[in-house]
Design a protein around this ligand. Structure first.
Ligand SMILES: C[S@@+](CC[C@H](N)C(=O)[O-])C[C@H]1O[C@@H](n2cnc3c(N)ncnc32)[C@H](O)[C@@H]1O
Length: 323
């Protein structure tokens, strides 16, 4: 859809799920598309009534909320993301599907169930769900998680394997619940306290099946320079991890110290036999020296059947052979 200045925008008729994510938010549509939006765009969205607003009105509203030009540009970029992912639809009075009788009541019923998102305004149909884990710099970037949600929900198998699960895992679960599609998430976690917090935060949904392998980090030796010494997950704890996985996120072990910089290198060899046809591998923090080297090594070893691209700090490797 290409926005025109006189089009009027409103929240998509099925409503959207909004998940606060640090200072940004993730917005998910009923068909599982996801976009990351900033605070100014989120505020506009929360006040967007059933009548909608024109693009100039949205722009004026964002401009009123942010003092600086770069803030305004970020807000408008967020609105573009919302339009692109289908969270906002444009309509003309003759083209509007005449409201959706019963939908508001049905959503209100769902919202009253334990563990469900709460609706803020039926008119705007923006549903808010907290991720239930503390925000910190450990979390993947909003754009990465938005892409992850869309990738998992659009994949044929909808099975996600995460090394270093966290807010990203909960976001995928809540999005799947909202979209009403089945996902299976398997997390490999080094820290028992983080694993417990995560289990508490995961949605109790018939659509979401989640399991965690708690695996302490142990010394690991690699036979490829310069990745010789690593800590990696105790393989004895990973026997239950069974493929095939459509998407793999490598966001663990924790690797923020210089001496840990190659700790994520063993993940590729571990996952290769567990990948579904057309799978995607995501390596987070590929902007850092260690993960940058790991990413280059993986690209070289995977060869031409894989397409590499960056989303914020993460490297995305998509299996394209045969597609
Ligand atoms: C980079 S984080 C993973 C984050 C997750 N994929 C996300 O995007 O939210 C990797 C590891 O850091 C640890 N971790 C994550 N958040 C943490 C926090 N708030 N405090 C302490 N450790 C944390 C966990 O052990 C986790 O497996």
């Amino acid at each position: 859809m290409s926005p025109t200045p006189d089009a009027t925008y409103r929240i998509t008729p099925g409503g959207v799920l909004l998940m606060p994510y640090g200072s940004d938010s993730l917005v998910v549509t009923r068909d599982g598309q996801c976009a990351a939006v900033d605070a100014a765009a989120r505020e506009v969205m929360m006040t967007l009534g059933a009548e909608g607003a024109t693009l100039p009105e949205l722009a004026a509203s964002i401009a009123a909320r942010v003092p600086r030009r770069d803030g305004f540009l970020a807000g408008m970029e967020s609105v573009r993301g919302l339009i692109e992912c289908g969270a906002m639809v444009s309509w003309s009075p003759s083209g509007l599907p005449g409201g959706q009788p019963g939908l508001g009541a049905e959503l209100a019923d769902r919202a009253s169930e334990p563990g469900r998102a709460s609706a803020t305004a039926e008119a705007g149909m923006v549903w808010v769900a907290e991720l239930g884990l503390p925000w910190s710099a450990f979390a993947a970037a909003p754009a990465t998680v938005a892409e992850l949600v869309g990738e998992v929900l659009a994949s044929p198998g909808r099975r996600l394997l995460e090394f270093g699960p966290g807010l990203s895992t909960v976001a995928v679960g809540l999005a799947a619940d909202f979209a009403g599609v089945e996902v299976e998430v398997v997390g490999i976690e080094q820290d028992p306290a983080w694993a417990s917090a995560l289990v508490e935060a995961l949605p109790d949904s018939p659509h979401v099946s989640a399991s965690l392998a708690l695996a302490p980090l142990v010394p690991a030796l690699a036979d490829r320079a310069p990745f010789h010494m690593n800590r990696w997950y105790d393989r004895d704890a990973l026997g239950e991890v069974q493929g095939p996985f459509s998407v793999v996120l490598v966001d663990g072990p924790t690797a923020f110290r210089f001496e840990w910089r190659y700790d994520r290198w063993p993940a590729l060899d571990f996952v290769l036999p567990l990948l579904a046809e057309g799978a995607t591998i995501v390596l987070d923090d590929a902007n850092r020296e260690g993960e940058g080297a790991i990413g280059r090594d993986w690209v070289e070893r995977l060869g031409p059947g894989w397409h590499a691209s960056m989303v914020d700090r993460s490297l995305w490797l998509r299996h394209t052979a045969g597609k």
